[in-house]
Design a protein around this ligand. Sequence first.
Ligand code: G3P
Ligand code: CA
Length: 236
Amino acid sequence: MPLVIAHRGASAYAPENTLAAFELAHAQGADMLELDVQRSADGVLVVFHDTTTERWDGQPRPVDTCTLADLRCLDIAGATVPTLAEVCVFARESGILLNVELKQSDIVVPTVTLLRAYNLIDRTLVSAFSASALRKLSRVAPELSRGYLMGTRSYHPATRLRELWPFLALREIQATTWHPAIELPLLRQMLPRVRRAGYTVNVWTVDDPAVMRRLVAWGATGIITNKPDLARASLT
Ligand code: G3P
Ligand code: CA
């Protein structure tokens, strides 16, 4: 059965990356929560997507220059920014799995420390676009599942090549999982091959039930979606 992975929680219906979105995703039957993690200026791991606060307060303040108190003042469509620790508590209480996306490459050690403190290592998949973060993760916590995110808008030849032929990159960082964007060229051809090479494959971000079913037929092991209710209804 493919995993239903709630992208920033049930973010089609509740403010993204907030406890409200995570609780709703759980209620809608998601197996796993996808969430974006960064470190605040005072060293707290927070759940927040953008590099600045501009979308929420109109000011382009980099997240890593804001304290937790600053970030807690943001109005995230009526909700507040949670800490990663708060999401860990929810994961322990609810039993839901976590997909923690590292949005900064220098937060590997504190993230692993927190996941260990909450005894969530075997219930968490850590993903990143950054090869250096994933490489470090494989050294610091080899027992943790690692997902290599691909599908940026970069036209750098090395990036394009890696996305068309992901095997070398997946092997180099000792990934367990490939996280391709649905828009990736040749996904139809590569998905079954990557599965046959022994990796799990979770595709982002898919809200159309017909596309979800097609991806599962090609071998996808998980669907990252803003609408976990639709995924649960169409994949069971
Ligand atoms: O995990 C897939 C997806 O979340 C990566 O892109 O920008 O939504 O964090 P973004
Ligand atoms: Ca993300």
